[in-house]
Design a protein around this ligand. Sequence first.
Ligand SMILES: [Zn+2]
Length: 269
Amino acid sequence: MEAWRRALDGPVSVSPIAKAGPAHIATLKTFDPPLAALEGRRLRGVERRGKRLLFPTADGELVLLVHLMTAGRLKMLPAGQAAPKTAAFRIEFADRTKLVLTENARKKRAGVWLLEPPAAAAELAHLGPEALGLDAPGLGEILRREARRLHPLLRDQRAIAGIGRAWANEILHAAKLSPYALSTELTDEQVARLAAAMNGELARGLELRERGAGDDRTYRIHNRLGQPCHVCGTPLAQIDFEEHTIYYCPTCQTGGRVLKDRRLSRLLR
Ligand SMILES: [Zn+2]
């Protein structure tokens, strides 16, 4: 998300908005104020809070909030280039460049909200501190609040903002911790390792994304079932859930143990 923010920050503020919308009915989450309220205003740039991108108007009166979820993509198109027919949301600027949101997925999950600043602040109030830059004492405080499995805890935006499924896999592998380890049972040394892995992996991802790397070159664990672990060579394993999959190395992270597929074991029980 930080890589998106940096790429779009300059371009979106060059020219005022000529036309906002149309938006896919599942994508636009608000109707008051209407999208047309953006027209004639200039965006100040792009800010980020967790996995959400914020586009405040230069006059400070409106905030466009975008959550790309897993499959959403945001792109600036040069003047004259047509937006894809499947675009879920678009903004056309006075200089005819366009900001386009596409989502190549059956289920539309990405969202666009047009809010006044107090509503935007309320929307963001429940987010935890940013993962990138969180130190070991700060992380330790979050981990010790209640006993939770590490993988879902890392992805919980109310606890820590900015980590999705893929990076939870990368971070836990780098920290050599089981996705099922309980947050309250980590030693100080393990907490420090997790904080270092979180910052190291997110910084690595940011740098690769800024150089234009795709998922293949960015992820070393995520989506790599059966491929050799880049540290020890063990084939990577997975645990399947309805909505997502956890990837991990049984040698580096779980002391050789293969974790049960919860969905399957529930069906078999
Ligand atoms: Zn390994």
